[in-house]
Design a protein around this ligand. Structure first.
Ligand SMILES: O=C(O)[C@H](O)[C@@H](O)[C@H](O)[C@H](O)COP(=O)(O)O
Length: 252
């Protein structure tokens, strides 16, 4: 049974520091238990702040980074190395300075990759990579899957009211994304909810309404942010401005 918790930090910087510390401890615990850890990164401003904070965290030295599997929850479908790709940003802020095993880093395909400018083929390719890494399981084991939250309540590239929300395949192409760029590749809701823990990380007053609506059980159509959860834990990690409309008894 998944438990939902809400932790509120003073500001975006403290939030990023706390998420980084929490993630590093989670990786250390997973490696103590199984020897490896699997994490799923996301894109956006708060993710970038978290990546920088992990890079600068001394406790990161206690992680065996060569035994961490890194995946992405979504990607902006752009050429390899494009500065707006989530992969490019994560590599520049964090991954390039960690002693990771290159074969354990699993970026989503780029628009100039093996399938060319075909996001459906790219989504199918990433789904095949997930299945291969899962071995006997349909998907790899993820200890933590991190998500940002959009002002409209989107997570990864699952946007409210967009057909991607009904997608049952593990990975989907997204066209006409309301957030630029318009073409994206994303893990779908049924895939996201297989992670052991799902962390929704949001900062800023412009996220307050989406966060409030996600906790509103009476909302007519649940936002993507309200539809995702982890197998054992769902953690809302917020700054004060994003949490301003959350009731103190939110969570379970
Ligand atoms: O590719 C992306 O843009 C994301 O993965 C997206 O889901 C992001 O995480 C949210 O939009 C929050 O972004 P901010 O932290 O910048 O608000």
């Amino acid at each position: 049974m998944t438990a939902t918790s809400v932790v509120v930090h003073a500001d975006p910087e403290q939030l990023a520091q706390a998420v980084a510390a929490r993630l590093v401890v989670k990786i250390i615990d997973a490696q103590a238990e199984r020897g490896t850890a699997g994490i799923v990164l996301t894109g956006g401003r708060i993710a970038a702040a978290v990546h920088r904070a992990i890079r600068d965290l001394p406790a990161g030295q206690a992680v065996d980074w060569s035994r961490v599997d890194v995946w992405w929850g979504d990607e902006r479908f752009l050429p390899a190395g494009h500065p707006d790709r989530n992969e490019t940003q994560a590599r520049a802020a964090l991954l390039d300075v960690l002693p990771l095993s290159p074969e354990r880093v699993h970026p989503m395909p780029a628009s100039d990759g093996a399938d060319g400018d075909d996001p459906e083929a790219a989504a199918a390719r990433y789904a095949a990579e997930l299945a291969t890494a899962g071995g006997p399981a349909p998907l790899p084991r993820w200890d933590v899957l991190m998500l940002g939250v959009g002002e409209d309540g989107h997570v990864a590239s699952v946007f409210p009211g967009h057909p991607v929300g009904d997608e049952t395949r593990p990975v989907a192409a997204v066209r006409d994304s309301p957030k630029p760029p318009p073409v994206r590749v994303t893990l779908t809701v049924p895939t996201i909810v297989t992670a052991d823990e799902v962390w929704l990380v949001a900062a800023g007053a412009d996220k307050a309404a989406a966060v409030r609506t996600a906790f509103d059980a009476a909302a007519p159509t649940p936002l993507p942010a309200a539809r995702v959860h982890g197998v054992t834990a769902t953690r809302w990690l917020l700054d004060r401005a994003a949490a301003v409309e959350v009731r103190p008894d939110a969570g379970s």
